[in-house]
Design a protein around this ligand. Sequence first.
Ligand SMILES: [Zn+2]
Length: 269
Amino acid sequence: MAVVSDFHLNGKRSVTVFVTLDVEDPRLALLQKLLVAYKVDWLDQRWDEYTDEEYDAAPLIVMQALADNHVIGGPRFYTEYDLSNACPACGAGMRQTGVYMLDGAGPSMVGLGQYRAVSSYSEIIVDPPLAEALARAHLTGLSLRSVHAYQPNEALIELIWKQMWASHTLPPLSPRSTGIDFESACKTCKRGKIDTTSPERFVYRARDLEGAKDVNRMWEHFGYVRWNGDLKTAVLWQPYFVVTPKVWRIFKDAGVTGFQWLPIRVVED
Ligand SMILES: [Zn+2]
């Protein structure tokens, strides 16, 4: 499959072509040869695709939000956090203590009307019917919390959407995970600011999964961080949710889009 975008920016023509091929497809090597021959810049992104049977059989599944359903919120909008266990260098380990606040004045709020579930720096916010379906399933480790919209000089508005909240944090990933650049992790805590490459494969040791709930959070924090100790300017991505197939099934049956689901792999040591 190929998608082409062709536009002019500052008088310069820019053509971007997205080509999706199976890794076993002989045309992949041919394409790479042509890119080298014609000196074209390219980015190679790889991912695994899974069947419903594989999801149903997975011990746990990492839930990653895609960019399109992102809603701005968090510390810059007066969400309160306990910083007593936060890493001074990257903020990882801070704990949300107050109601999650979204940027009620910003354009990203429209996502709440367009998606069944949105993400906000790896927090997940679900619409009322999805919140009810999750509550009815009596999932372990999950609670649902209120979400407010913050607008300068206006009273706070309590929204009908709910924030997913997990009480359990899994132990660190196995170093056998791939596509995860442990070298990039925060030097102080080893927990934050971790970069990923592709394909991402999250591996856990079997013994570390004892006590896992239906809904858990990862120990690691991935991605961009802006942290100088001041919550008013902070951008802090929270750890991914890691859930059982039961939770995947509820999201799937609700027709939720905008998330990538990656079954974990388990090793003995
Ligand atoms: Zn850190």
